[in-house]
Ligand binder design. Sequence first.
Ligand code: MN
Length: 238
Amino acid sequence: MVAYVISPPVAPALPVRGSAALFPVRRIFCVGRNYAAHARERGASGEKTAGGPMYFTKSAHALAQSGSIQPYPPGTHNYHHEIELVVALGSPVFHGTLAAASAAIYGCACGLDMTRRDLQDAAKAKGHPWDLGKDCEGGAVVSEIVPIALAALPTQGEISLRVNGEVRQQGDLADMMWSVPEIVANLSRYYHLQAGDLIFTGTPEGVGPVKIGDRLEGRIAGVGTIELDIGPAEQSEA
Ligand code: MN
């Protein structure tokens, strides 16, 4: 029995459709600017870049369950929604081909890449890292994982988000500039990807702010739904 000087953290995990067992989350990778119309609304060209997708990461401890209430986070006045297809890996892949990348996929899910946009924009303007904007506690919201064994990975179909019943984002998975196998294969040139890794694959246009009391409801055809409620900000202890 290993002893620790402090309690080791509980491994973040997600429910799996059709199973009583959980999916343990290891790392969270995210692709930026993968839908041209969203890249343009954020001031980028919307062209497919030659070197591969653009990535950032979130801590696995930023994970939040679909259906939860998450407090409006600290340090921001412009917290944004981004609905995304999330891919979950079930086996390792390193320097993988497209076929090897596809074979490593365990399943997929709906995700919300919640973003402190004001902090991200301030960092971008200074050429600083995006971490404060993107790696936000409770800001990686993921639905149940749908195993590939139950439903094939969708390559087209609606991806949409409603806030308080009003459609805010509506796109099609077919508009992703980098496909899921291309993303996994490319990312595996930089990391020993492992079972438990999640990859957020980018958001369609229409990102925008949420406020306290908002209810977010996302849907991806062939995958499922995701819900999030924005609760009150936590009180400062000062
Ligand atoms: Mn995103």
